[in-house]
Design a binder for this molecule. Structure first.
Ligand code: FAD
Length: 598
């Protein structure tokens, strides 16, 4: 067929933190490397990250080390994390931050010139390296500059729609240029997926338009397994008003820097929601909680800084009990607790966000906030050391990969995850490509089939509009597979997803291939449906509540389920099946960390 073709050793799909770090590592290992991304370079989701990168550098508290970070991460994930990923992450994150600094990143400093580290929920010590509340921007700027300076080829505004495989594994990828609609194929023995998350499956989300679960779905289609898909993180604090900005994130740093949550009666309700699991390490009174900000050694943490799943559920309960704010959230108050110049200096983006989008001055009045779909813990099941999936030559890093965060991710642990596993994925992908050099070729029939499938929506006439289907899917996931779940609701969601799948197979798009957002969405929709089905099926199968998965019909956390992962794979007829898999056993020297006092 007549379209653009390229040949590389490693093709990285995605140019967020994970993709760029993988590309740098692959290039440095000598691989001919390309990065492909759906939007402009620099516009990846990572750029939106606000609070910081978690790394046990010990700058704020010398007693912090990787073991404490490992312990916090596992406890935050309710022990369902892959222990080896959590270990590598905690051990390597400090080096990845220092390396960023060597490459030109300018972090905020302590008075004695070290990288400053701030508090976040679930982290025992102040541990987040940050740049105001614009950390992701600095991270992307630094990685992007290095990627371009090294001479890695970048294909931007280019969407991958298929992974190409043969009996031995990956042979390349297929996609289209968003502007011209023309097709492009890359021959490569290694593909690294770094496509981020799935937020656009939900109606209220902090995620941008790119988060349609493409990498999750491409991996599933290629034969890989998706692990932990039932665990979706609803960040407790998204904007709730006005409707046009509903879901936009309000960073956890507001609480880390002294902000507190109150209900309509003015009560700091989080004291009523401290679970036994975290009781020993959480303050019991407002006085103790307030003292903690100045003296962390002799006081316990405020309950507002419990892990995100706990805080999101508490807000949900307050609103349901009729104690919410006028627009269906609760109040987040930093104005009465910190001087205005402190708020403007520590939280400049939040100040502008509320001023410009909601006409609220956060130095003078409280914000209204509520849960928003933020992050997916589930993703491609990978080998912890190499990030390789069960399909040879397929690697996954960053939010698209699963296992690292268990049932709930701690804030700040994503940016560090991107760097640690992006680097590992890029290096392993280069090594794999070295072994398969000259052995892969693109099959003409596979390319023709990928092109035919992509053009199908133009062939049909009179079908329905893709935007209507997307909005119904988002409403379905919001209503039936949201923060609190029940079996009958999830069964209904699965029926609706099946019906939507039939509608997607019949929808049509108008116009031609030059920049046609309706067509782009029509190609994204099968991915959104695939990830939604995986989430609903895994959530229905897990009969307990844990982390980002709360069952109204199974409210307790169950020890037996705590030893099991759920893995989604494709069936031959295109459906999804869910299998139970025992959790890998943690070695005794790591298990000892949990016997120490909190
Ligand atoms: P992304 O940065 O999203 O990059 C995905 C890339 O894949 C993009 O380049 C996209 O164009 C590309 N892509 C997707 N599909 C395709 C396709 N089919 N073809 C080609 N390209 C494709 N985490 C923290 O640790 N600390 C924080 O302070 C923090 N703050 C956050 C604030 C906000 C508002 C949000 C939304 C998230 C925040 N997170 C934070 C989470 C963190 O930012 C993300 O989890 C992380 O950036 C994901 O990085 P990634 O490299 O996996 O994917």
């Amino acid at each position: 067929m007549d379209f653009e073709r390229h040949s590389y050793d490693v093709v990285v799909v995605g140019a967020g933190g994970a993709g760029l770090r993988a590309a740098i590592a692959a290039h440095e290992a000598g691989a001919r490397t390309a990065v492909v991304c759906k939007s402009l370079l620099g516009k990846a989701h990572t750029v939106m990250a606000e609070g910081g990168i978690a790394a046990a550098m010990g700058n704020a508290y010398p007693e912090d080390d990787w073991r404490v970070h490992f312990r916090d991460t596992m406890r935050g994930g309710k022990m369902l994390n892959h222990w080896r990923m959590a270990q590598l992450h905690a051990q390597e994150a400090p080096d990845r931050v220092r390396e960023l600094e060597d490459w030109g990143a300018l972090f905020d400093r302590t008075p004695d010139g070290l990288i400053s580290q701030r508090d976040f929920g679930g982290h025992r010590y102040a541990r987040l390296a940050h740049v105001g509340d614009r950390t992701g921007l600095e991270l992307i700027r630094t990685l992007q500059q290095r990627t371009v300076a090294l001479g890695v080829d970048v294909y931007m505004e280019c969407t991958v729609t298929r992974l190409l495989t043969d009996a031995e594994g990956i042979t390349g990828a297929f996609g289209y240029w968003r502007e011209s609609g023309r097709f492009v194929a890359w021959e490569a023995p290694s593909v690294v997926l770094a496509t981020g998350g799935i937020g656009k499956a939900y109606k209220v989300t902090s995620n941008s338009w790119e988060y349609t679960g493409d990498g999750h779905s491409l991996a599933l289609q290629a034969g890989a397994g998706l692990v932990n898909m039932e665990f979706v993180q609803f960040h407790p604090t998204g904007m709730v008003w006005p409707p046009s900005v509903r879901g936009i994130l309000v960073t956890e740093s507001v609480r880390g820097d002294g902000g507190v949550l109150r209900n309509s009666a003015g009560n700091r309700f989080m004291f009523d929601y401290i679970p036994d699991f975290f009781r020993k390490e959480t303050a019991e009174t407002e006085d103790e909680a307030d003292r903690w900000y100045d003296d962390k050694k002799n006081n316990r943490r405020p309950p507002e800084l419990l892990p995100r799943d706990e805080v999101a559920r508490a807000i949900n309960s307050e609103v349901k009990a009729g104690r919410g704010s006028p627009h269906g959230g609760v109040f987040l108050d930093i104005a009465s607790r910190r001087p205005a110049d402190y708020v403007r200096r520590r939280l400049p983006s939040m100040y502008h966000q509320f001023k410009e989008l909601a006409d609220v001055d956060i130095t003078a009045e409280p914000m209204e906030v509520g849960p928003t779909c933020h992050y997916v813990m589930g993703g491609v099941q990978v080998d912890p050391d190499t990030a390789e999936a069960s399909v040879a030559g397929l690697f996954a890093a960053g939010e698209v990969a699963g296992g690292m965060h268990g049932s709930n991710r701690l804030g700040g642990n994503s940016l560090s995850d991107l760097l640690v596993f992006g680097r590992r994925a890029g290096a392993a992908a280069a090594e794999h490509a070295g072994k398969r050099a000259g052995l892969v070729a693109l099959r003409e029939e596979a390319l023709a089939e990928a092109a035919r499938a992509a053009l199908e929506p133009f062939e049909r006439e009179g079908g329905e509009n893709p935007y209507a289907v997307q909005s119904e899917l988002q409403q379905t996931m919001h209503d039936l597979v949201g923060i609190i779940r029940t079996a009958p609701e999830m069964e209904r969601a699965l029926e609706r997803i099946a019906a939507l799948r039939e509608r997607v197979a019949a929808l049509s798009v108008e116009g031609h291939r030059q920049y046609n957002p309706g067509w782009h969405l029509a190609l994204d929709l099968p991915h959104l449906l695939a990830v939604s089905e995986c989430i609903a099926r895994a959530a229905l199968a897990r009969q307990e509540s844990r982390g980002g998965h709360t069952r109204d019909d199974f409210p307790a956390t169950d020890q037996a389920w705590g030893r099991l992962n759920l893995v989604c794979t494709r069936t031959p007829d295109g459906g999804v099946t869910v299998a139970r898999q025992p959790l890998p056993e943690m070695p005794p020297e790591l298990a000892e960390v949990f016997e120490e006092q909190p």
